[in-house]
Write a protein that binds this ligand. Structure first.
Ligand code: TYM
Length: 338
């Protein structure tokens, strides 16, 4: 088992990232003791330059996101934790895969359409080819499992298509790349904005009230939950009663995911109660889960030396693991490499 996943070091780690992906990373890291496999987790700093960004902030954000992952439970001794920019094999393999990826496949990517919006002509080429770099990220390490939120599913399907075509076209009967399986949590795969139940919780939402950041203190969390958009109806007794009530469904889903119980049992406890009762309970649950993470994050985030050491060590390990597959891809394409 080889588990690989990444996160962009832009903005804060929020509840969507945590429940959709990072919590699964931590669980899979724990599983590795039993399965004897290995996890690689990285800060996707190369992906971060696909959108306008501030170079003066990127390095600091990368370290800060590394601190947030460690605070969530990623152990840099047990997992390989690194940033892409220190492992040139990612960018190299992307170029090699660019020969295999098809324009038509990339044209179908919904995230490019969302992020480029009406300004398609002005979007960067990196934003368009972003999913090919993402494919390189996982194929480079022969990933078998890729824990992500729902919004990354399409990118992972593309990675499988690229791997399959490359194997067929250049493998000469052997598989150069493993086809990775996305691991998407059944619950909390798509946490929605607190201000709009039809938009996903996202770092790029201009309103900070739309998301819970893992760095928010207890007062801020309680305040954001209190102000979260809801409807005037009481909570139903059955999940079907949440149909057409996206904000209510989102808050109940967050509660269920945090508590590790089904939506059904949350509704059994809160049936007939209004948000005046439910919101404080949800706020307290969030605070009790996030306060220890926040405390670890605050203790580590300014320790630049420790964070740089973690990333440097992770990069050495990642480079070692990437080398054989990169060499095999060059050779399969007939490229001469001294
Ligand atoms: P990113 O940085 O947007 O998000 C990191 C992880 O968090 C998940 N996520 C969510 N899950 C549930 N609800 C939400 N509202 C929510 N928002 C974000 C994402 O699905 C993701 O798992 N392209 C990727 C980073 C990446 C990557 C990779 C991931 C680069 N290379 C290779 C996996 C494998 C991204 O921008 O994720």
């Amino acid at each position: 088992m080889r588990v690989v996943s990444g996160i962009q070091p832009t903005g804060n780690l929020h509840l969507g990232n945590y429940l959709g992906a990072i919590r699964n990373w931590v669980r899979m890291q724990a599983d590795m003791v039993r399965t004897g496999g290995e996890c690689l987790f990285f800060l996707a700093d190369l992906h971060a330059i696909s959108m306008p960004h501030n170079p003066a902030e990127l390095a600091g954000n990368t370290r800060e996101m590394a601190a947030a992952l460690v605070a969530c439970g990623i152990d840099p001794e047990r997992s390989v934790l690194f940033n892409q920019a220190q492992v040139p094999a990612h960018a190299e393999l992307q170029w090699l895969l660019n020969g295999t990826a098809r324009m038509g496949w990339l044209n179908r990517m919904t995230q490019f359409k969302d992020k480029s919006g009406k300004n398609r002509e002005g979007a960067s080429v990196a934003l368009f080819t972003y999913p090919v770099l993402q494919a390189a990220d996982v194929l480079l390490y022969q990933a078998t499992h890729v824990p992500v939120g729902e919004d990354q599913k399409q990118h992972l399907e593309l990675a499988r298509d690229i791997a399959q075509k490359f194997n067929n076209d250049f493998g000469n009967g052997t598989d150069i790349f493993t086809l990775p399986d996305p691991i998407i949590p059944p619950e909390a795969a798509r946490i929605m904005s607190l201000r709009d139940g039809s938009a996903k919780m996202s770092k790029s939402d201009p309103s900070d009230m739309s998301r819970i950041n893992l760095t928010d203190d207890a007062d801020t969390i309680m305040q954001k939950v209190k102000k979260a958009r809801t409807d005037p109806e009481p909570l139903p007794g059955e999940p079907e009663g949440l149909a057409g009530r996206p904000e209510a469904a989102n808050l109940v889903g967050i509660y269920a995911a945090l508590e590790g119980i089904s939506v059904n049992s949350v509704l059994r406890d809160f049936a007939g109660k209004g948000f005046g009762a439910f919101k404080p309970a949800l706020g307290e649950l969030l605070v009790s889960h996030l306060a220890p993470i926040n405390a670890r994050f605050v203790a580590l985030k300014d320790d630049r030396t420790a964070l740089e050491a973690i990333l440097a060590k992770g990069a050495v390990r990642a480079r070692e693991r990437a080398a054989p597959t990169l060499a095999a891809a060059y050779a399969a394409l007939g490229l001469v490499r001294g």
